[in-house]
Design a protein around this ligand. Structure first.
Ligand code: SF4
Length: 87
């Protein structure tokens, strides 16, 4: 995934780590099998790829207030999943 993190995030070690993780996601969707909300709801609109994209938007400068509350709570767990090569 192509990213353009805002300078405030790009200048930090955490931002650089997040950038590397985001860039390695190829949107294959294999993480759906282990996503708690997708497994519970079965809704493609509530799957890891959407949350990853929303995290990317925030790190690129889109206001965090536009992110769904449920995404904030579980986004870090989705990105930290060891079910794909991105983490
Ligand atoms: S996070 Fe990993 S498993 Fe999920 S869509 Fe991206 S590359 Fe595929």
């Amino acid at each position: 995934m192509q990213t353009q993190l805002s300078p405030a995030y790009r200048a930090t070690a955490e931002g650089q780590e997040a950038d590397a993780i985001l860039r390695s996601c190829v949107h294959c969707g294999f993480c759906n099998a282990t996503c708690p909300t997708y497994r519970l709801l079965g809704d493609k609109l509530d799957e890891p790829r959407g949350r990853i994209y929303q995290i990317k938007q925030v790190l690129e400068g889109v206001p965090a207030s536009t992110i769904q509350a449920c995404c904030k709570a579980i986004a870090s767990k989705s990105l930290a999943s060891d079910t794909c090569g991105t983490s």
